[in-house]
Design a protein around this ligand. Structure first.
Ligand code: GLU
Ligand code: MG
Length: 687
């Protein structure tokens, strides 16, 4: 969540008058940034994570877990505290890495977002601060809450929008912004931006959003499953007719409001690159990893009080902000709109950006919908075709929220119109140009991961991603596969138990050129070299040309289907037919965890740091092998094992309460010893 503009938001019929204005000026603002910043170098790796929380209020007497709507009060108290602490920090010259975290608002009025107070640097030691910093965020947040409130990192709240009470205080499910049958507008952050986003998406689309998640068919779930909890007889808003007219599908959990999606929590990681080219390269290399990390972090098995047959939040959010009209969705011939658009504004990346030698144009195999005039403006100004296409694609969207005070801007000083379109293209990756008038460099944001229950896991996934970017640069890794295959992986990644049951398309040979590393990883040898540096930024980056000859051969021969275990832990074929003694094993695919291990082996890492990083790698490795569960699998098992569960897919208030209590227990660092102890498997205890 970026900075919030202040002002008077225009209703949709007013916004419509300014859509071209915002796009034109937005592109001019981008061009100004591009011209002034395209050659900047940022020598320091800086990076940070964003953790999103739900504030859950527990009514122990009635065994109910509710979403507390006290975001504004909590944030105000947190802000005052931060202000006070910052003054102390400045006076006492507190080192940057010990500064207190920052808190921000999010879409849900029961949500908070927190980031480290200052970015992390390239110091390997700093990696152990990530978890500490996350612990600290939780602690500070809790200190500013009521005794019954607790900040939990739940990706989706199982009973959001279920019959009965799910917010504290109770608010009846209705309101002019969302016109939802299930959610009160009171659960939307009251800052003008959020109800306006909600209302304008609905108005632009011409109906309420309609999300249908397949129901998990348990032994007593009726078939077909027709959801009797949908109030079909409601007649308050014209949109109430949507559900009756087919928006709610049989055998599905129907949701009709932005809050169901944007009320979910995720874990994001952003890093600053050395320059624009490195940012473009990392953007591309991380793109095929998005579905893999979505599946690995799956944590959303229940919606509106029902168990679903999927484990992730992703397509729920995609549906929840899908502002495309019927024409744009291809349901009616184009008349008033300019394009048929295959995806929601929240969806996976459509276009690779990098012009590095590993890139082949064939990888961009999905037909890209672009605004030709915008592309021409960009190329006329000197932007290369590939980057121009990226923005010409993002800029097919309309701005959704326009503040009347901010319509006219100085395009050399403001990037507000640019950000308006850019930041409402919620894709798996975000390519972030430097904001004007700052010394921030070109950044890349990794956005697919679901928030994890414990800080241990959140630290593990954040540090893994950042280490993987270093391995990509150091070993010159090449993860390219056609973007259509990444899209197929996105579908697979969200299915129930995808980690165990699905296979994913991935590149077979990820070494752009044969190298020392290539041989090392391919034999799986643990050649621990004398490390040269404690800073992983200064690890020698392989900038040499990755191949001597131009790419050739069929693209289809470059990738294959892999299990999650193979992708993360490696796919081994025995070299000599001998017993698995590890000596002469050859890896058909080295595995992402062994790659990061090899990278760490090439660095001088303090023993205690290495020990903690090993625990993180273990978590990923054991989760990928199925030895440990995803949060989604653990929650599903918890729900199905609860005495109140009737095997009818219903997550009752009591089950929800007990689940929240168990989650809180895990959050505090305690092990869960009930059913589902395969969750963390005692890894944390070894730290
Ligand atoms: N909460 C959203 C998600 O789960 C992301 C919102 C943001 O971009 O900060 O993906
Ligand atoms: Mg956020």
């Amino acid at each position: 969540m970026g900075l919030l503009s202040l002002g008077t938001p225009l209703p949709w019929h007013e916004v419509e008058k300014y859509t071209d204005h915002v796009r034109q000026h937005g592109i001019q603002q981008f061009l100004y940034i591009w011209k002034t910043k395209k050659d900047i170098k940022s020598n320091n790796l800086l990076w940070g994570d964003e953790v999103e929380y739900m504030v859950v209020s527990c009514d122990d007497e009635h065994k109910r877990a509710l979403l507390s709507l006290r975001q504004a009060e909590i944030l105000k108290a947190l802000e005052e505290n931060e202000h006070k602490e910052r003054l102390i920090e400045e006076t006492n010259n507190v080192p940057l890495n010990q500064r207190i975290p920052s808190f921000h608002p999010e879409y849900g009025r029961y949500m908070l977002e927190a980031t480290p107070g200052t970015p992390y640097t390239a110091s390997l030691d700093e990696l152990v601060n990530v978890e500490k910093n996350m612990n600290k965020r939780r602690e500070i947040a809790k200190e500013h809450m009521l005794p019954q409130e607790v900040p939990l990192t739940l990706a989706s709240f199982p009973r959001l929008g279920a019959p009965g009470q799910f917010t504290d205080p109770y608010c009846p499910p209705t309101g002019p912004a969302s016109r939802s049958l299930f959610l009160p507008d009171e659960l939307i952050n009251p800052h003008a931006r959020f109800p306006t986003l909600t209302g304008n998406i609905r108005e632009r689309r011409g109906s309420k959003v309609a999300i249908n998640v397949p129901i998990f068919k348990d032994t007593n779930t009726p078939s077909p499953f027709i959801d009797r909890t949908i109030p079909l007889d409601r007649h308050i808003f014209p949109e109430d007719a949507n559900a009756r007219e087919g928006a709610a599908k049989p055998d599905h959990i129907y949701m009709d409001s932005m809050g169901f999606g944007m009320g979910c929590c995720c874990l994001q990681v952003t890093f600053q690159s050395t320059d624009i080219d490195e940012a473009r390269r990392l953007y591309d290399q991380l793109t095929p990893l998005c579905p893999i990390f979505l599946a690995l972090t799956a944590a959303s098995p229940a919606w509106r009080g029902f168990l679903s047959d999927q484990d992730c939040r992703w397509n729920v959010i995609a549906g929840s902000v899908d502002d495309r009209t019927e024409e744009e969705r291809g349901l009616k011939p184009l008349k008033n709109q300019r394009y048929v658009i295959p995806k929601s504004r929240y969806d996976s990346v459509d276009w690779y950006l990098s012009q590095s030698p590993e890139f082949r144009p064939e990888y961009n195999d999905v037909e890209l919908v672009i605004d030709p005039a915008i592309k021409k403006t960009l190329t006329d100004a000197g932007v290369d075709e590939q980057l121009a296409s990226h923005y010409a694609h993002l800029f097919i969207r309309d701005p959704i929220v326009v503040f009347s005070e901010l319509v006219d801007q100085d395009d050399t000083k403001s990037s507000d119109h640019f950000e308006n379109i850019q930041s409402t293209n919620w894709q798996t990756m975000r390519f972030k140009p430097p904001p004007p008038d700052t010394d921030i460099g070109w950044r890349v944001e990794f956005r697919p991961m679901e928030i994890q229950i414990t800080d241990f896991e959140n630290a593990a996934f954040s540090t893994f991603i950042v280490l993987l970017t270093r391995a990509i640069l150091s070993f010159r890794l090449n993860f390219y596969i056609p973007i259509s295959k990444v899209d197929e992986n996105m579908v697979r990644a969200q299915r129930r138990d995808a980690v165990l049951d699905e296979k994913f398309y991935f590149r077979k040979n990820i070494f752009a050129s044969p190298s020392h590393m290539h041989d090392e990883a391919m034999t799986g040898s643990e050649t621990s070299s004398e490390g040269s540096s404690e800073s992983f930024e200064s690890a020698e980056t392989n900038t040499s040309s990755p191949r001597k000859t131009a790419p050739s051969g069929k693209v289809e021969d470059e990738y294959a289907l892999f299990t999650m275990n193979e992708l993360i832990n490696g796919k081994k074929i025995h070299y000599d037919g001998a017993a698995d003694d590890g000596d002469n094993d050859v890896y058909e695919f080295p595995g992402l965890v062994p790659l990061v291990r090899s990278y760490l082996d090439s660095m001088a890492v303090d023993v205690s740091v290495r020990c903690r990083l090993n625990a993180y790698l273990d978590l990923l490795s054991r989760r990928a092998s199925g030895e440990l569960q995803t949060a989604a699998a653990w929650m599903r098992e918890f729900i199905r094992g609860h005495p109140d569960y009737k095997f009818d897919s219903v997550v009752s208030e009591e089950i929800n309460y007990d689940l929240v209590k168990a989650v809180e227990q895990l959050t505090k660092g305690e092990e869960w010893d009930g059913k589902g102890s395969k969750f963390l498997g005692g890894i944390r205890a070894s730290l």
